[in-house]
Write a protein that binds this ligand. Structure first.
Ligand SMILES: [Cu+2]
Length: 123
């Protein structure tokens, strides 16, 4: 009985700590590299998520923007630095090719009105 209680307490502390850590460093697990190509996944619905993505510099990158019943203005996406502007479909995945970026570059994506945004930081 005592051992069970202690085990539960330890489990709660570990899980809580892990959750706090993932929250505090702010880095979402949405960047993958497959065959030397980097993929950054963003969802657009009511807002862009995650707000900040940490990506590798000097790697050709595909931004995959997923919409799922998105009828708000986040579907009107612009990425000024690469002259990108498009109306995303209400549901689907839109792939946007981004040339490799220099370390320290931050790309910003915005809704057409500039209310919502996301950033991809390259390092
Ligand atoms: Cu907007």
């Amino acid at each position: 009985m005592k051992f069970t209680t202690i085990s539960i307490i330890i489990a709660v502390v570990l899980i809580g700590g892990a959750l706090l850590l993932t929250r505090s460093n702010g880095a979402a697990n949405n960047v993958t590299i497959i065959d030397g190509k980097q993929i950054v996944d963003i969802t657009a619905k009511g807002r862009y998520s995650p707000r900040v993505s940490l990506a590798k510099a000097d790697v050709p990158t595909t931004l995959r923007v997923e919409t799922n019943g998105t009828f708000d203005c986040t579907a009107g996406l612009t990425i000024p630095a690469i002259n990108y502007r498009a109306n995303l479909p209400p549901s689907g995945v839109t792939e946007i090719e981004i040339p490799s970026q220099k370390p320290g570059t931050t790309l910003q994506g915005l809704c057409v009105m500039g209310m919502y945004n996301f950033k991809v930081k390259f390092n």
